[in-house]
Design a protein around this ligand. Sequence first.
Ligand code: PGA
Length: 233
Amino acid sequence: MKASIEVTPDAKWADRVTERLLAEIAPGKRLCLPTGSTPVPVYRRLAGSTSLEGLELFLLDEFGGLPKGDPGRCATMLSRELLSVSTGSANVHIPDVDAADPAEAASRFGALIHEGGLDLAVVGLGPNGHIGLNEPGSTPDQTTRVVDLAPLTSQGARLYGATATPTWGITVGMAELAAAREVLVLVTGGHKAEILQRVLDGPIGPETPASYLTDLDSCTFLVDESAALNGAV
Ligand code: PGA
């Protein structure tokens, strides 16, 4: 495995991740950020410690088929958990799932990332091994695109407060993520221990798209002790 793994006690994990992110926050830096539950305590800390002024922020993914402003939309979560509580305005780029042609909007989003690449990609680990909305079956060469959601991911959106069950979305592809100068995979909680073990110990392949990241020197898995249980790490 080429990626690094760093395990931190649960109570110190968010501080540690915040420290890593702060090192990358400066005007003009290009960051891809996730939403979901995992980064929430990190965003709370970031908002209290730095300004986002001048950052180029790319949202990792977005659910289609939910009304604008829906609590389960990734853009709503990013705004709620980070942007609205931070100082300084970042230049925020969101995949446009409301476009008449979402496939074209996804290509445009990918092209925007390609223009200057990413200094840092931060991602969570899905319970089915997905990264962003790169679901099982995804290949490492796939770029930003419209995707169908795995059933677990569709249902999971409800946990974020989605008022309907999304079946598709737009995700930054594994290709753009792997090309980032640095990739951080955030993994917390005992409920992620089993999938983390599969990602780290299993074969690299489409069954667990997160496994592609284990083959990158530029990638670090930032794991709390609860997720590292079961011999996962
Ligand atoms: P979570 O989601 O942070 O809410 O666990 C991660 C993911 O599904 O990518």
